[in-house]
Design a protein around this ligand. Structure first.
Ligand SMILES: [Fe+2]
Ligand SMILES: [Fe+2]
Length: 258
């Protein structure tokens, strides 16, 4: 799926599409609404007149995407599909096969925790960044607060499964609760965060983040430490990092939850 859906940066002849990848003498293609640079990923609103050459792009080394472009929103959707698939498999296994149930659940639980952590490390800070640049701080802050809250619920539901013997009614009930929490969260994330990010971030940025996301999951394949996070503290810390990186002040909206 990644191979077909994500190969969207090249034309049939295999050449890079205009405006991405050549790294030389590219014209400003700032986001229409926010004038946020979608090539360099500038946090500040782009002040360049349209159709001028972006100096940030001129300074960058030539970038070639050897295998096409991958998109972080597609990688997250692929992870969601795999999570749904593993929950469905659990429901098809005879409850007497506790060894198989445990093996699949352990894999799924580690994957759920890693996926949430990868989103918190890479995707949600980027969503806050592009939302703030587009003067939609309030919207992306709410989406991020909801996501961290949901991730905590999923982590807690996973921990609850571990308190029960595999294959018992209580174990199945705990797995079902984890499935429900994760399903609700994925639906909201796909409807809001991922959709907004596609609107606000250009393909070069989404490709850059996809590579980082894939690398994070690969490096932490064996699992991550499951730790709940305070949603407000998470957003404040992420925005503080963004302000430091941008070395300027941003207009940050008011957090609604305290
Ligand atoms: Fe998530
Ligand atoms: Fe997700």
């Amino acid at each position: 799926m990644i191979g077909t859906r994500a190969r969207i940066g090249r034309n049939a002849a295999g050449r890079s599409a205009p405006g991405r990848g050549s790294g030389v003498a590219q014209r400003c293609v700032s986001n229409e609404a926010a004038r946020q640079c979608v090539i360099v990923g500038c946090l500040r609103t782009c002040q360049l007149p349209r159709e001028t050459v972006c100096p940030g792009v001129q300074r960058r080394p030539e970038v070639r995407y050897q295998g096409g472009i991958v998109d972080i929103t597609e990688l997250i959707l692929d992870d969601h599909h795999e999570q749904r698939r593993l929950f469905a498999i659990l429901e098809q296994i005879d409850r007497a096969e506790t060894g198989v149930l445990s093996a699949i659940w352990d894999r799924l639980a580690a994957f759920l925790e890693l996926h949430a952590q990868a989103e918190e490390e890479i995707f949600y800070p980027a969503l806050l960044q592009v939302g703030i640049a587009a003067r939609r701080a309030g919207g992306v802050e709410d989406e991020t607060l909801d996501a961290i809250h949901d991730h905590n619920e999923i982590r807690d539901a996973i921990a609850e499964v571990a308190r029960h013997q595999t294959g018992t009614d209580e174990w199945y009930a705990a797995v079902a609760a984890a499935n429900s929490a994760n399903s609700d969260h994925m639906a909201e994330e796909e409807r809001e965060g991922l959709t907004d990010f596609r609107r606000l971030a250009g393909l070069p940025r989404r490709h850059q983040l996809a590579v980082a996301f894939a690398a994070y999951e690969a490096r932490n394949y064996a699992g991550v430490r499951s730790v709940d996070k305070d949603p407000v503290s998470y957003v404040r810390a992420a925005e503080k990092k963004l302000r430091t990186a941008a070395s300027g002040s941003l207009s940050v909206g008011t957090l609604k939850r305290n």
